[in-house]
Design a protein around this ligand. Structure first.
Ligand SMILES: NC(=O)c1ccc[n+]([C@@H]2O[C@H](COP(=O)([O-])OP(=O)(O)OC[C@H]3O[C@@H](n4cnc5c(N)ncnc54)[C@H](O)[C@@H]3O)[C@@H](O)[C@H]2O)c1
Length: 466
């Protein structure tokens, strides 16, 4: 029976071996997955909102949650109770410690892995510090808030050799994998155009300043971002429909929980929220998701922003959702491939080649080449070629990689290549002009203002040290 210390040493040794491989890529296949209940990794969940709590629930199948951390104590209390129930029900009750400062988790030597389900603007700082402290990390998408953060986290992942899995679970979804396999098989001919539908961003009326909830450490929630007041309004108050969404509009408006994604200070709107998934798959399809790969240019062809931007791309109002409501950008890749990323039409990816087209999203995969699979199936080993073996649930893949030290399904290199396309698209939209991207050297050409938008200042005390 392994103690916690010896289990940790085992994981560290495996990691050191893997990090010695070229360029920091994880290639070792020699370490078998641990099966003993006593060898389950100890896991902390940092950021226990909707998604982080769900990731943690899935993680209880493969590891023991020993710590939860959230800047809102009501969220950490909820997550702790949920994990306690789940782990006790399966006879694996363990003590779960609660924190409101992630640094206490980073400092714990007995924790093997971190699930980071915080808001986007905290992802890189927390993930980088966790990796540097020797932990493996499953971080929610989008991993980065800026192009510069992509450079930082890639460097840390390569230097530490730890496992870093991004929460883009479409990479562990057989339907999307099938789309990649069909495109790569040549059945669509030469690929010409991919249309990536992400849906509209919601817009809001002004959201008033109010006192933050007592359970929330608002200053720490803001972390590296600007010091601004908390805003909230119950939707429907005084008969108002405050937030216009594609759904039933029954959500509250705020610049915090869940709604942060519609504020460019904290996220990138649908462009990064859904683009992290669909642009990622689209770039995989055209083999443009490796280090140094990516678009050549990004051109906004339609923008409808309810909050106008100034000449430096900054929103001109500070009290309402500012991710542009509607947008279409044309992203040009090498080999004359056009990717249209748009808020219009169906959510999903339409892939068009000279010999055929298919459409894929979370509910369907369709088109003549799919119908043809009945009489002309893909080779029996197609999944092996794309995924490396039978598809497992995405969090499961992370835990498999903790044991095997293999590269996870959503690694840092592929994710950064595709999320950079989303960041570039947002920069082009905010400036309303075409930008040229040098993927090899990771820079925007001949545009000082656009180049300056590749990074953001961190609030004093929240810098990322690498
Ligand atoms: N993979 C997917 O399909 C998917 C789906 C939904 C959300 N997400 C991603 O998950 C992340 C969270 O989204 P959500 O909808 O759960 O948002 P949320 O607002 O419900 O949850 C975020 C949580 O992080 C906490 N937090 C913020 N800063 C923190 C810090 N420094 N330390 C600890 N906790 C902190 C917040 O208090 C909150 O509880 C986002 O990055 C989002 O893009 C991914």
């Amino acid at each position: 029976m392994m103690t916690q210390v010896s289990r940790r040493r085992f994981l560290n040794t495996a990691s050191t071996l893997a990090s010695a491989s070229s360029m920091g890529f994880l290639t070792s296949r020699s370490v078998a997955r641990s099966k003993s209940p006593n060898e389950r990794p100890s896991v902390a969940v940092i950021g226990c909102g909707g998604q982080g709590t769900g990731d943690g629930r899935r993680a209880t199948n493969y590891g023991d949650i020993v710590a939860v951390c959230d800047v809102d104590t009501s969220h950490s209390a909820y997550a702790k109770a949920a994990y306690n129930r789940r782990m006790s029900a399966s006879g694996r009750g363990v003590k779960i410690d609660v924190y409101d400062d992630y640094r206490a988790v980073i400092d714990r030597k007995d924790i093997d892995a971190v699930i980071c389900g915080t808001v986007d603007h905290w992802h890189v700082k927390i993930s980088a510090e966790a990796l540097k402290s020797g932990k493996d990390v499953y971080c929610e998408k989008p991993l980065t808030l800026t192009i510069d953060e992509g450079k930082i986290i890639t460097k840390v992942a390569e230097e530490t050799g730890r496992i870093l899995q991004v929460g883009t679970q479409q990479r562990s979804d057989e339907r999307f994998l099938q789309a990649v396999a069909i495109a790569h098989s040549g059945r669509l001919g030469k690929l010409k155009k991919l249309t990536v539908g992400l849906n509209h961003n919601p817009f809001s009326k002004p959201v008033p300043v109010v006192a933050p909830p007592k359970t929330l450490n608002w200053d720490r929630w803001k972390g590296p971002t600007e010091d601004v007041p908390y805003r909230f309004l119950k939707n429907g108050k005084d008969g108002q429909k405050l937030v216009v969404t594609l759904g039933d509009g029954s959500i509250d408006a705020s610049n915090c929980h869940k709604e942060f994604r519609w504020w460019l200070q904290y996220s990138g709107g649908k462009m990064t929220d859904w683009g992290a998934h669909h642009v990622d798959i689209a770039q995989w399809i055209i083999n443009q998701c490796g280090p140094g790969q990516g678009p050549v240019s990004v051109e906004p062809v339609m923008v409808q922003a309810m909050v106008p931007f100034d000449e430096r791309g900054n929103p001109t109002l500070d009290d309402q959702y500012n991710a542009p409501h509607r947008f279409t950008v044309h992203v040009r890749f090498p080999d004359d491939v056009l990717m249209e990323i748009t808020s219009e039409g169906r959510n999903g990816i339409l892939i068009e080649g000279t010999r055929g087209r298919i459409f894929v999203n979370r509910g369907t995969i369709e088109g003549k080449p799919i119908e043809d699979l009945g009489t002309n199936p893909l080779p029996g080993d197609w999944l092996e070629g794309i995924y490396g073996g039978p598809v497992v649930e995405h969090v499961n893949n992370f835990f498999d990689c903790i044991a095997s030290r293999k590269k996870p399904a959503s690694d840092v290199w592929t994710h950064v290549a595709s999320i950079n396309t989303c960041h570039l698209s947002n920069i082009a939209i905010r400036l309303n002009r075409q930008i040229q991207w040098n993927a090899k050297n990771q820079r925007i050409e001949n545009d000082a203002i656009a180049s300056s938008m590749m990074k953001r200042d961190f609030r004093k005390g929240y810098e990322i040290e690498i």
